[in-house]
Design a protein around this ligand. Sequence first.
Ligand code: UDX
Length: 425
Amino acid sequence: MAKISVIGTGYVGLTSGACFASLGHEVVCADIDPDKVACLNRGEIPIVEAGLEALVEEAVEAGNLSFVLGAASAAAEAEFHYLCVPTPQSEDGSADLTYLKAAAAEIAPVLRPGSVVVNKSTVPVGSTTVVAEALDRDDVFVVSNPEFLREGTAVADFLDPDRVVIGGDDQDAAVRVASLYAKIAAPILITDPLSSELIKYASNAFLASKLSYINAIGELCERVGANVDDVVKGVGADHRIGSNFLSPGPGWGGSCFPKDTVALRRIAKDAGYEFNFLDEVLNINEEQFDRVAQKIANSATSKKVAVLGLTFKAGTDDLRNSPAIEVIQRLIDAGLDVCAFDPVIDETALEKSCPGLAVSLAADPYSAASDASVVGILTEWPEFAELDFAKLNEVMEAATIVDARGLLNAKLLGRRGFRYRGISS
Ligand code: UDX
């Protein structure tokens, strides 16, 4: 088994480190934040990821996972060095590689000859060269190994991936990285760095395109009077399209899709190709936020509206680029008083991620809905399908539900005295 250093302990770095350790490798994870390192050394996992806490605990117990402060101290003994640092979106839409270059520069002096530095973070096409220049070492290799981890299911996505993609100019270095995944039963594609980096962006932008397309079809269903659930079922039945990742919603968000779709647009522009299609994918997503906010506002018969769900999707505590926040902002701008509830978000988290957002936070769904004339469901938390709807009806001033996630049964709610509006009704 191999010695691996993982630089950055966010949901990609911590998940990758813990999963590599569970595969038997010896892993040292490093972070720049002393509080985060102390928290991890206390066995506290600062992110919501199914199965991660148990994996970390087991690997720390087994002695093949540890946490240190600073990239250099992790890299000193390792053969493989995974860069899992943030690559945020810059003003001009390109990915900001400041952290990536800083991490490379920090480990460069301590790298053993023959080491392999691996880009796991989502980086623009051509970043392997950028990292090689930052390392300024001709006796180490740089390889691209993009992550395809969805928040909330990152452990499952790492240990049971659809594919592992590795991009290296040096074939031997690429094969050495591939060997780290020997225990994982998934196809391994070894290609060049540029192709590997582009696969990541092309995949995310395609998934975002698929969602914008089905959201536009949802709008069209409402306008022509078609049944969106049946249309989605009929379209998804074609194996070339597939029913996965085809659920209309309030729009797509998160820390990756918006950033990666804009970044791909920029990468294409810098390469002299105007990828106008992606402009429309992004526009439709903005329009979807408008549509859902409009649907809630039009259903309101008083100033107070309630929103259930703040995170960008269920199973995570991430508010970054959340469609729910986009919709709430539009409702506030329309002069409505918004009260929200989310099972994993408290005032502190909301203020940290969305400072100054003029929404009140309730302790439970019924308090949020109290005296509201409409409840909007914006995140598909399973508990929202199990609400006591008789009690909900009782506390609301008027009983309209806008279900932007297709979570509830329209007929059942009709029988409970609710006016139900779905994403296309
Ligand atoms: C995404 C990619 O899926 C993953 O491969 C990549 O590595 C990181 O970015 P993530 O951002 O965690 O993962 O979220 P994902 O589960 O892909 O959902 C993205 C957005 O699409 C969410 O807002 C989600 O609610 C929305 N979505 C997803 C839909 O609206 N409908 C669907 O059917 C699926």
